[in-house]
Design a protein around this ligand. Structure first.
Ligand SMILES: NC(=O)c1ccc[n+]([C@@H]2O[C@H](COP(=O)([O-])OP(=O)(O)OC[C@H]3O[C@@H](n4cnc5c(N)ncnc54)[C@H](O)[C@@H]3O)[C@@H](O)[C@H]2O)c1
Length: 269
């Protein structure tokens, strides 16, 4: 779906890829409803955008179903309609094995990444189905199609986002709502700090032999893929390479990543 003059909701619009998505969509003449749990970060995005009433800010936690369910009405009250939803907000998990991952952290990662995406999707879908054209874009991760030790539950949540999105794509084939899943590789953001995760030497998803992509480039790849109604978007050369490697030889790809990540995990007891 072309984004110009459309109303697009972007979650996680306060930082990183989400902020760049907001800025890029506004530059392409879209109207944007930016959602984030961090009000100050949203206000910083608005300061960078100077977009006047084309940008609305919605500070809320996407795991709060009541707040999410009330959002479509607020967006339509401000912008007149809603045409697109980019479910981008997400957090990583503490960098430990499943055996050492406490339930509160595990459940939070699943709630934000999976249930947050699901709540937003279900809340907006009835409005999107009424539009002449509409689009849902869900941000999964390279870790949603191949295993990253130390981010296993994060990966499971992102794999759930992948299948949720692909299933929606099939269910909505005969409607005017297009659906796209995004698999970013390493992108240079502060997701580790924003997720409240400590990693001694190297920042979570950003650890890779590939240079992390700039968030603005990731946003451009996502918006261009959305405008081309792509089924799936791989963001970065690492995501593209590992996608091929995993299809060719999943066991080898899993060992390859395990080897790269092992310095971040204490030796197995
Ligand atoms: N950075 C990477 O290397 C990378 C790689 C693969 C996938 N991703 C995915 O890309 C997306 C964006 O990540 P990013 O790197 O820009 O991270 P980021 O931390 O820079 O931005 C994420 C934003 O989401 C917001 N957020 C977190 N929990 C929320 C909640 N419950 N409700 C509302 N907002 C919430 C945060 O406040 C933050 O502003 C995430 O889904 C992430 O999993 C990132």
């Amino acid at each position: 779906m072309k984004t110009s003059n459309k109303v697009i909701v972007v979650t996680g619009g306060g930082n990183g890829i989400g902020r760049e998505l907001v800025l890029l969509l506004l530059a392409r003449q879209a109207r944007v409803a930016a959602v984030d749990i961090d009000r100050a970060a949203l206000e910083q995005t608005a300061g960078l955008a100077s977009a006047g009433e084309r940008l609305s800010l919605h500070p809320l936690d996407i795991t709060d179903l009541e707040a999410v369910a009330a959002l479509p009405e607020q967006v339509v009250a401000h912008h007149g309609a809603v045409d697109g939803l980019i479910n981008n907000a997400g957090i990583i998990q503490p960098f430990v094995r499943v055996n050492d991952l406490a339930y509160p952290a595990l459940e939070r990662v699943m709630r934000v990444n999976f249930y947050g995406t699901l709540y937003m999707t279900k809340s907006f879908l009835p409005s999107l189905l009424k539009r002449p054209q509409a689009h849902i874009v869900n941000v999964s991760s390279m870790g949603g199609f191949l295993p990253v030790p130390g981010q296993t539950v994060y990966g499971a949540a992102k794999a759930a986002v992948k299948l949720l999105t692909e299933g929606l794509h099939s269910e909505l084939l005969n409607t005017r709502v297009r659906v796209t899943v995004v698999f970013p590789g390493a992108v240079a953001t502060n997701i580790t700090a924003h997720s409240g995760v400590n990693i001694p030497s190297s920042p979570g998803e950003q650890r890779s032999s590939f240079k992390p992509l700039e968030a603005s480039k990731a946003a451009r790849i996502i918006v261009e893929g959305m405008e081309q109604d792509r089924f799936r978007i791989l963001v970065g050369s690492d995501a593209r390479f590992l996608d091929l490697l995993y299809r060719f030889n999943p066991a080898y790809a899993a060992r390859f990543i395990a080897e790269k990540m092992k310095s971040l995990l204490p030796s197995a007891s």
